[in-house]
Design a protein around this ligand. Structure first.
Ligand code: PLP
Length: 401
């Protein structure tokens, strides 16, 4: 017996892991294969080429690690930096906090720029640090593109502008775990040196692939970076790329077939359409939050995230209770508030393979839960605001025009 059984579908609205489309599930439902046969290297070759498209890079080199976002972080750092190297990193929420913790445990000298949770990275402070660093002690600027804990998106183009303005050679390392394939992300144009994501977010796959993409400058840095690395060493991958066999150790065959199917779906919809869909779903969600009379945790419009909305509840409500009820009563999974914002916010994830009517189901659920926990919401108000917006802004489904 499945003790968590609930009739119908679970409405999965945590900001990752997200819904896996049927096509991807079916593509992964297959036996193991010999990864040394000609088939897997041939498929890997096309996957690596196609993965570059979601990073918007032609010059980058991608790596598909059997890991999660955390492993992808470690790969980005250890391949490019040496112990003692100075990094500048922004603390704005739980995931940037965890990345900073990893940087410290890997013995980098982390210059932490802290902001209130709900604010974006303080790029004015970055500019002053970069301006003052005439001897180039800063080896890398590390930034989380989209802070999943607070629903804050940072402006990466500005980071690049700052580095260019001062002709500073620091590497530009970007966590794109809850952004790549959902938000506008341009690795080459923004001069990102290492970008990374995890399969369970916008790619809508199971957890288990950490996708890292390195610029030529990052590959060059990896030749002299002294951090200890074994499992995540790019050198091992590059050796097997050159041999045409691609894998230094056993890949997850099923995840590779899943990635193929996931990319096919994204390209069929069109990456720019996928990104526009995320913008639409996010705006609809924000309309609903406003109609409920609640606040977005994100303090300024310029930082609004199009993949996750953190909703602030009034002080007399415990947001964990909202999440508990959502699951127990409505078969709806919402994101908890983490760390500093625990109990204060709940999160609606609107990323991955998701459509407008699914979102409206979630918003209807949230309204009922808010009423359950004693918040005086008018049932239907958020759904009405979101659907009025969607009805005006939804295009035809690209593949059905
Ligand atoms: N970075 C961001 C922005 C995340 O949202 C997450 C997880 O949610 C991570 C990193 C860590 O990824 P993982 O849990 O796959 O290790």
């Amino acid at each position: 017996m499945d003790y968590v059984y609930g009739p119908g579908r679970n409405h999965l609205f945590v900001p990752g892991p997200v819904n896996i489309p049927e096509q991807v599930l079916r593509a992964m439902n297959r036996n193991n294969e010999d990864y040394r046969s000609p088939a897997i290297p041939a498929m890997t070759k096309t996957l690596l080429e196609d993965v570059k498209k979601i990073f918007k890079t032609t010059s980058g080199t991608p790596f598909l690690f059997p890991t999660t976002g955390t492993g992808a972080w470690e790969s980005a750092l250890t391949n490019t930096l040496s112990p003692g190297d100075r990094t500048v990193s922004f603390l704005i929420g739980q995931f940037s906090l965890l990345w900073i913790d990893q940087q410290q445990r890997l013995n980098f000298n982390v210059d932490v720029v802290e902001s209130d949770w709900g604010q974006g990275a303080n790029l004015e402070i970055l500019a002053s640090k970069i301006a003052a660093d005439t001897t180039h002690t800063i080896k890398a600027v590390c930034i989380v593109h989209n802070e999943t804990a607070t629903g804050v998106t940072n402006n990466l183009a500005t980071v690049r502008k700052i580095l260019d303005h001062y002709q500073h050679p620091a590497l530009f390392l970007v966590d794109g775990v809850s952004s790549i394939c959902a938000l506008d992300f341009r690795m080459d144009e923004w001069g990102v040196d290492v970008a990374l994501t995890g399969s369970q977010k916008a790619l809508s796959l199971p957890t288990g692939l950490g996708i890292v993409c390195a610029s030529p400058k990052a590959l060059e840095a990896s030749k002299t970076a002294k951090s200890v690395r074994v499992f995540f060493d790019w050198k091992d991958y590059l050796k097997f790329y050159n041999m045409g066999t691609y894998w230094p150790y056993t890949p997850s065959i099923q995840l590779l077939y899943g990635l193929r199917a996931a990319l096919d779906l994204i390209f069929e919809e069109g990456l720019d359409n996928v990104i526009a869909r995320h913008t639409r779903l996010a705006k609809a969600t924000r309309h609903a939050v406003e109609a409920w009379g609640l606040k977005n945790c994100t303090q300024k419009d310029e930082w609004f995230s199009d993949t996750v909305t953190a909703v602030v509840v009034p002080p007399y409500i415990d947001s964990s209770e909202v999440v508990r009820r959502a699951w127990k009563r409505y078969n709806l999974s919402l994101g908890l508030g983490l760390n500093k914002v625990a109990g204060k916010v709940f999160r609606i994830g609107h990323l991955g393979n998701l459509n407008e009517l699914q979102l409206l189901g979630c918003l209807a659920g949230v309204e009922m839960i808010l009423k359950d926990v004693g918040y005086p919401v008018q049932l239907g108000s958020g759904v009405a605001a979101a659907s009025a917006y969607l009805q005006n802004s939804m295009p035809m489904i690209p593949s059905r025009i």
